[in-house]
Every structure is written in C-alpha cells, then in structure tokens.
Design a binder for this molecule. Sequence first.
Ligand SMILES: Nc1ncnc2c1ncn2[C@@H]1O[C@H](COP(=O)(O)OP(=O)(O)OP(=O)(O)O)[C@@H](O)[C@H]1O
Ligand SMILES: [Mg+2]
Length: 387
Amino acid sequence: MGQRILLYTGKGGVGKTSIAASTACSLAKSEKKTLVISTDPAHSLGDAFGVDIGPKPKHMSKNLYAQEISVNEAINTHWNELKGYLTGLFQTEGLDPISAEEIATLPGFDEASQLLYLRQYYEEKNYDAIVIDSAPTGESLKLLSFPEAMTWYMDKIFPMGRLAAKLVRPVWNTVSNLSIPDDEVFKSVESLYASLRKIRVILTDPKISTIRLVMNPDKMSLSETKRAFTYLLLYGYPVDSVFVNKIYDESTGSFFKGWRSAQSEIVKEVNDSFSDLRIFKVPMLKEEPIGIERLEEMSSLIYSDASPLDTFSKEKSIQFIKEGGKYIIRLKLPFADKKDLEIFNKGGELIIQLGNWKRVFYLPTVYSDKNPIRAEFINGVLDIEME
Ligand SMILES: Nc1ncnc2c1ncn2[C@@H]1O[C@H](COP(=O)(O)OP(=O)(O)OP(=O)(O)O)[C@@H](O)[C@H]1O
Ligand SMILES: [Mg+2]
C-alpha cells in the first residue's frame, strides 16, 4: 500500500485530536512509520500525548512522530515558495516590511503554509501514513477549499494584475517610491499556486487521502456532520467514515439512561444517513485518553479488526456520464437543501453555490464547450445536463 493521508475533522470538542492521535499510535504500533500533524492553530496534540510537541516533527516513540504546525515556522521552512505571495501583497498595498507574527495573520497564509507542509511530506515519502488532526469543520473547509479559491483568483484577478503591472510600471516608477510587483513576483505566485493545485490533487485522490468525520451522538453534532459531509463532497474530497465518539455504554448506570436512549436514536440516524460510509462507534472512556498507552488502548476499541489505512468507502462524489448522447454531470450532495443550491454558468465555467460555499468547476475538455441546459436535484443527487 502506498503512502496514506488521513484527515480527521468535525465540530469543536468532539474528539478529533484524541482519535487522530490514537490512530497514529495504533499505526506506529503496527510498524507503519507515522507522522501525526495538528493543523489546528489552537493546538492540543501535545495535550493528548501529555508532552510538548513543537513545530518540527518530534520523535515520540518507535515509528511515531508528531508536529504542531506553526505559521511562523512555515515562513522559514517554505520561504522560497511563500515570498512571492507575500511580496506581492506588501507591494500592492504599499506596506512597510513587517514581522513574521504580522505576516502570519495575512489572509490565506495559514492555509497555504499548512498545505505546503502536506505536499512536502507527501513528496518526501518519508512516512507510511500522515494523520492530520485538523481544526473544527469551518476552518478545515477553508483549508480544503483554499486551492480552488486560489484558482479563481489566478484565473480572474491575477492576469489583470499582471497586465496592469506591465502597463503601469514604467510610468509609475518615475512618479512613486512604491514599487509595483515585478514579473519575478508574479512568477513565484504562479509557482505557489501550482504547488497548491498539486496538493489538491493529492488530497482528492481516494487512493491516497481520506477525510474522516468525527462527531458525538447528539443532535447538534449530527447536523454539523451532515453539512460538513455535503460540503466536502461539493469540493470533491473523499470521505470514507464517521466516528461517533463518547457513546455511553450500559455501565454508566441509571443516571445516564435518558442519555443512552437519546444517543442510540442518534446512532440509528447516523447509520441510516451515512449508509455508504463505515461507522465507527467509540465508547465514552472512564478516563481521558491521554498518553501513548491510553491512546493505543482507545484505538483497539475504535478499529477492532479494521486497519486505519483501509479505504472504507469508494463512493465518488462527482461523475461525468454520457448517456444516450446526453452529457450529464452527477454530483452527490446528500444533505443539501434545494433552496440553498444555485447553479450558474459564467463564461464557460460551471459554478455551484451551496449556502456560503461556492465551487467553480473546471470541467474536462469534452464538457468545456457545453452549457448546462437542465438541472435536477432528487434524493441528494444533482444531475446537470450539458449541451
Ligand atoms: N472517547 C472518549 N472518552 C472520554 N474522553 C474523551 C473521549 N474522546 C475524547 N475525550 C476527551 O474529550 C476532550 C475533547 O477531546 P479532543 O481534544 O480530542 O477534541 P477535539 O475535537 O480535538 O477538540 P477541539 O475542537 O478543541 O480541537 C478531551 O479532554 C479528551 O481527552
Ligand atoms: Mg483538537
């Protein structure tokens, strides 16, 4: 089996860090060289292991490494790739040189640096598995939609900026001290962009990457998990399983009786709603799973006979179908509400907007000269006919 990237996400506090750390411990125990990375700026991976970790991969035990990504550290590690992006931002806005801390707050910088680390580790092929303890859902979606958002920028804004810079620079430089980005800067923005596109390819390839949804058996967590699943499918990410964490078992006694029956209703709904995915049920433990030993114990309760490296669902979120002379794009958006769904065709691009999230589809060439003529959304499946 090739290298695997496993990303755990979900609502705040549901147990993402514990399950990611526990998965990493179990992989390391089964002789897989594993790196567990926290991309959540509010790192708590160190708390799960009960030791300080820091911004570089730290050797934790045999086959096990852990890292809490720091944007400041990324500025040093990936400086060559990021400097064009930064210089571009400063120069266009006419800012004075600023500190690493200030740089770290720039839009998209967190995302770009985390993604560059992932690409680096994937390409170095130094680990059998990279386990990502990611930030709560909204932040993770921002991270995962970043390469596409940048595609839009690169297609629409960037060429204009580049052209404008070319035209204006000769005159501008004689009248102003502020410089306009030179072509080198634009080139490095382009190469940063190419890197990010590559990472998207890696993260959307189900043979390499898998996104796993962590939730608790309560209504709010279930609703968020459904939304997250739908958005991840919209962006074409492979989701293969749901982890329902902190389930009360019989040993919790009569006080928790009401909770147990409410939880079992939710678990039933999870089984029905995510029938194409593998559902892992994780009990509420008697003690916090902290430290390698407890995390390993937790993993044996989670996975029993399964290997975390397996792919538990091979569902494809998007399909391009040719049926009786018709070209159809079929997109699974299981929990989307029809009223939140909008489809545009703008200058040969297909744009699907779902609530606040928008995806611009870059279609295969046979589709690129076609326009959507009909769309149908039935039982969570969106069919768009192109002509
Ligand atoms: N199955 C479990 N049994 C008992 N305690 C658990 C279990 N899973 C997680 N915990 C505890 O619940 C708390 C929250 O877990 P964790 O930090 O893993 O969640 P998280 O989703 O990563 O949170 P955040 O959104 O803040 O990053 C921690 O104290 C952790 O030790
Ligand atoms: Mg966490």
